[in-house]
Design a protein. Structure first.
Length: 131
């Protein structure tokens, strides 16, 4: 089976980076309106409850599939599923941030989304560094 293709979730991509910020700072940002606009899309407002819906300014709709404060958010995003998750480092001063997207249509879409999530990760890191 090619890299990135799974039996259950189809094509998927994950991008992660360890950021020099405590988990509480990273969580507060990615769940804020500014953070949501970066990774989910401008205009997205999420309720912290499973089953709630959202819509971005670009017209993408989705549903919250999981929301565990200070840990992860999982949503449908159009025809795909996106998850953002945090893993605090043992020292508490750093946090691994991970974006994962599954149910992608093809290996080409996987590569486009890899570039997208790498850009998003850079934007999140830059925004956190400015705080």
């Amino acid at each position: 089976m090619p890299t990135g293709l799974t039996k259950d979730a189809g094509w998927q991509i994950g991008v992660s980076r360890t950021l020099p910020h405590p988990a509480s700072i990273v969580w507060d940002f990615i769940s804020s309106p500014e953070g949501l606009a970066l990774w989910l899309g401008p205009g997205a407002v999420l309720a912290a409850e499973r089953g709630s819906s959202y819509r971005t300014a670009a017209g993408v709709t989705g549903e919250v599939r999981g929301y565990r404060p200070a840990d992860r958010i999982r949503v449908t995003h159009g025809t795909t599923t996106v998850q953002v998750a945090l893993a605090p480092a043992a020292d508490g001063a750093r946090t691994m941030l991970r974006f994962h997207q599954e149910h992608l249509a093809s290996s080409e879409e996987r590569e486009r989304q890899r570039a997208h999530w790498q850009r998003v990760m850079g934007q999140v890191a830059a925004a956190l560094d400015r705080q």
